[in-house]
Design a binder for this molecule. Structure first.
Ligand SMILES: [Fe+2]
Ligand SMILES: [Fe+2]
Length: 170
């Protein structure tokens, strides 16, 4: 029975496995942004803290979106465990650089699943992932913008808090 159900899934089995890996990645991103919010709170970057609390919630929403998609289409979504979340950053620039690197990793992973859908002719999942492709583009842009501004104008300590307000005023 188990086999019959899996054989008749509308989502490709390889795609389901990759989507379960993606659930882990989104959960890790959510936990990482929460750690970043904490660092920002500790160091007086109030706007960035608020920004990362919001980002953390968004990542959880991404995770749930994939979770529901798998379960609604006959697959089995697995609740993720998250390990190795860093709370140590050298500076606010270092923190945003790390966030940008993480977003780039997520984008690559989404693209990889997208291309697997195409290869396996899983049209429904390809369409489902289109939203994530666009979302990743936006998230990378936000982080890249912050890195650029801190990199260009962050030398002056007084500027740091002014930039905080400007780039992460949410
Ligand atoms: Fe995400
Ligand atoms: Fe993200």
């Amino acid at each position: 029975m188990e086999n019959l159900i899996r054989e008749n899934l509308s989502i490709n089995i390889k795609v389901i496995d990759l989507l379960n890996d993606q659930i882990k990645m989104e959960a890790k991103a959510s936990a990482t942004y929460l750690a970043m919010a904490s660092w920002c709170d500790q160091h007086g970057y109030d706007h960035s803290a608020k920004f990362f609390y919001a980002q953390s919630s968004e990542e959880r929403e991404h995770m749930l979106k994939i979770f529901k998609y798998i379960n609604d289409n006959g697959g089995m979504a697995y609740s993720p465990t998250v390990e190795g979340v860093s709370h140590d950053y050298e500076s606010i620039l270092d923190l945003y650089k790390t966030a940008l690197q993480e977003e780039i990793k997520v984008s690559k992973s989404i693209q990889n699943i997208f291309l697997t859908c195409r290869k396996e002719k899983d049209v429904a999942s390809e369409l489902f992932l289109q939203w994530f492709v666009n979302e990743q583009q936006e998230e990378e842009q936000k982080m890249r913008h912050a890195v650029k501004i801190y990199d260009l104008h962050g030398e002056d300590v007084e500027n740091l808090y002014a930039i905080d307000k400007r780039i992460a005023g949410v």
